[in-house]
Structures are given as structure tokens and as C-alpha cells.
Design a protein around this ligand. Sequence first.
Ligand code: SF4
Ligand code: SF4
Length: 175
Amino acid sequence: MATKKIDLKAFRIKSGRNRKKYTTFLKGLHSRKVKQLTAKAKKLNDLAFKKIDCLACGNCCKTMTPTWQPADIKRVAAYFKMTVQQFKDKWLYKDEAGDWMNTKTPCQFLQKDNKCSIYEIRPKDCSGFPHLQHTDFLIGREVNIPNMTSCPITYEVVERMYKLVVEKDATVLND
Ligand code: SF4
Ligand code: SF4
């Protein structure tokens, strides 16, 4: 059975409305000295991945670009029997920081069913996204702040963490 698509317009409205509140919360989280913060974050991460199906979303591939490392470019170019230069010329540009990024969004490898046509050899940045599995949640929150308005899984983790820490609602760890 096909997964029901996530309503990304409704997600953008909800996450935009709460962006400021959750950004302030994440920035001040270190001063709250939450016990076992990273273990709790891991639990919330697992719950979010169980609840939200990336194939029903695809928003990262639709609206963001991965950072292509040299090894990624070499691997994927070889798959298409292209040289590194041909691959760069066709799909990438170098940003101000010197990183290789997609020229266009949605990503050229995203299919209509939200699957990645190069899934097995996709860039490392893609396979690690949304980068929630940090050994220290306080370090990881640096990427959660920009990602929570683009990625429903990140938003879910941040929202539940807010309920847990600020509203003292421990039930968010259970379902
Ligand atoms: S390479 Fe695949 S996983 Fe990465 S952004 Fe493109 S479609 Fe998404
Ligand atoms: S990682 Fe986040 S933005 Fe990307 S498809 Fe999954 S839920 Fe959507």
C-alpha cells in the first residue's frame, strides 16, 4: 500500500510558526543541564523515524542540495561513465565556501515516487541526513536549527524535546 504523502504546505506553516520558539529553546538548552540528553534525543530520533516515512516526504531532495565530496563525485560520475569534469559541468557548481553543490532543486536524481535513482551510491551527506545521530545532542542542534523548518523528522524531534524539557511531558518518550 502506498504511503500517504505528507502535506508539506501545512508542515511549512506549522514549522514556520514555531521556528522562533524552538530556535530560542535549542540555543538555550545547554544551560538547562538536562540529564541523559543525548540518550533521550536518540529515543526521540528513533520514534520520529518510525512515525515519518521519508518516501512520503522527499522535502530535503526537493528543496535542499547535498554537499558533494570529491569521493561522491568520483563514484557517481563513474556510475554514469562520465569524467569528474563532465559530471561537474552537467550538474554542480562551487559555492562561496568552495563546496560542490547541485545547480538545481529538486535534485536531478529524485524520482516522482520520492525515491533516489542513485540510492546505493548517493552522496554521504544524503545518507547521513538529517544528521540527528550525534554523540552529543548539544552539538547536533546546530544542524537542527536550520533543518527543522525543512525536515519533518527533525521538527518532530525538536518539538518532542521541547515538550519533554519545558513542559515536563515524559509521555513523548513513549509513543
Ligand atoms: S542524490 Fe538522491 S538522496 Fe541525495 S538529494 Fe539527490 S535524490 Fe536526494
Ligand atoms: S529526511 Fe526529513 S526532509 Fe528528508 S525525506 Fe525524510 S523527513 Fe523529509
